[in-house]
Design a protein around this ligand. Structure first.
Ligand SMILES: Cc1ncc(COP(=O)(O)O)c(C=O)c1O
Length: 395
């Protein structure tokens, strides 16, 4: 295909697609294999963005591909009215590798977070306790439904949609005193990302995470852990909370869970999960045979190919390489495993992003000076070295 084909797609997009993205990168990918993506003109790029931390197994992984082909040929969808084998098996698998006892599947991260918020409120409603308020962090990102946009601690995502869902307050990340001051007799839960992704890869400190757990224990309120981006190996552990040795009460997953097939999950401790009674929550597509088959294949490959360990090892190596190549051009390198934020000393991230694109590398650019590097978890040390060389040449 040619640049003519790309021109036509851009024209169709501009004419018919709602303009929520503005000018996109002038690229359209048609195939992928491993960490490589091929665009419509045949040019091959190395993907260090993974569709914003989604394609954990890279592209067209044979195990995921075969599992999906098999499932598509047998059964796509039934209904939650019936038992669903893959749903039951994936729920069991997620409980086996985490500290939770119950699972509910949905389709997107926002939907999982919305369900987690409902679960927290229902937990206190059942007990006749007037706790409904959710504390979240400034600069967080929890989704784009009205309620999850309200939970998101960034004004730009919610200002046009007022009135918002009542009962949300925000405090600064790592501000233990601010958090303590925000807790009151109506607080139901504290909801955080262990590493804030969207705003530039900002991890919470161990002290802050411990303070959240302590406050939740003392007040009898719930700790909600949004692992939509950090979950399923991204941070060098299966789940980010395991880096801290602190177990939340509710956790949400999405992005990497289906390796590109939309599936998200709410996981909870048994006593918390019990707050949902039949009829309290539901969704048509959540946990259908296809999406949960994808989840099972992702979990199988994560284990067989030791991708959690790979994320920890190659991630640490990549950070070292970037620090070495960029020297004083870099202000701070943040994150864990293969969730890396590089904050530059000057506001040239967009230019460097362009240069990287010329070198056929894809990364995420946040604002003027931050890169988000979230490659497939299958990358090798050699891939990391090649990327760091290319990045170094951009300066
Ligand atoms: C931490 C976090 N929570 C929630 C979401 C929303 O997920 P989705 O876009 O699938 O609704 C995102 C998406 O980037 C995210 O990073």
């Amino acid at each position: 295909m040619s640049t003519e084909a790309l021109k036509e797609i851009i024209e169709l997009d501009k004419k018919y697609y709602m303009n929520t993205f503005g000018d996109r990168q002038p690229l359209c990918f048609t195939e992928g294999k491993g960490i490589e993506l091929t665009d419509i003109s045949g040019k091959v790029y190395k993907d260090f963005f993974a569709g914003i931390a989604v394609s954990a197994l890279g592209h067209a992984h044979p195990v995921l591909t075969e599992a999906l082909k098999d499932q598509v040929s047998k059964l796509l969808h039934t209904s939650s009215v019936y038992y669903v084998e893959n749903q039951a098996r994936l729920a069991a698998k997620l409980c086996e590798v985490s500290d939770f006892e119950k699972v509910f599947f949905a389709s997107t991260g926002a939907e999982a977070n919305e369900g987690a918020i409902k679960l927290a409120r229902k937990y206190f409603y059942n007990q006749g306790i007037d706790r409904y308020e959710i504390i979240t962090l400034n600069k967080s990102f929890h989704g784009r439904t009205i309620t999850t946009a309200t939970a998101t601690g960034q004004e730009k995502y919610k200002a046009p949609y007022k009135p918002l869902t009542p009962g949300f307050v925000h405090v600064d990340i790592n501000d233990v005193e601010g958090l303590k001051a925000a807790v009151n007799e109506h607080t139901a839960a504290i909801m955080i990302e262990f590493i804030q992704g969207e705003s530039g890869v900002h991890p919470v400190t161990l002290e802050f995470a411990q303070a959240i757990r302590d406050i939740c224990n003392k007040e009898g309120i719930l700790f909600i852990d949004d692992e939509v981006q950090t979950g399923v190996g991204r941070t060098g552990k299966m789940f980010a909370y395991q880096n801290y040795g602190i177990v939340p009460d509710i956790m949400t997953l999405a992005k990497a869970l289906g390796g590109g097939v939309p599936v998200s999950a709410i996981l909870a401790k048994a006593d918390v999960a019990a707050a949902f009674n039949p009829g309290d929550h539901g969704t048509t597509f959540g946990g259908n045979p296809l999406s949960t088959r994808a989840g099972l294949a992702v979990m199988e490959v994560m284990e067989k190919e030791n991708l959690v360990e790979n994320s920890a090892e190659v991630g640490a190596y990549l950070k070292e390489l970037i620090a070495d190549k960029l020297g004083s051009n870099v202000k701070e390198i943040r994150g864990m495993g293969l969730m890396i934020g590089v904050e530059l000393s000057s506001p040239v991230a967009k230019e460097v992003g362009k240069k990287l694109l010329e070198k056929q590398y894809l990364v995420g650019v946040i604002g003027d000076s931050i890169f988000r590097i979230v490659p497939p978890l299958i990358i090798t040390k050699k891939d990391a070295e090649d990327f760091a060389d290319a990045l170094g040449e951009c300066f």
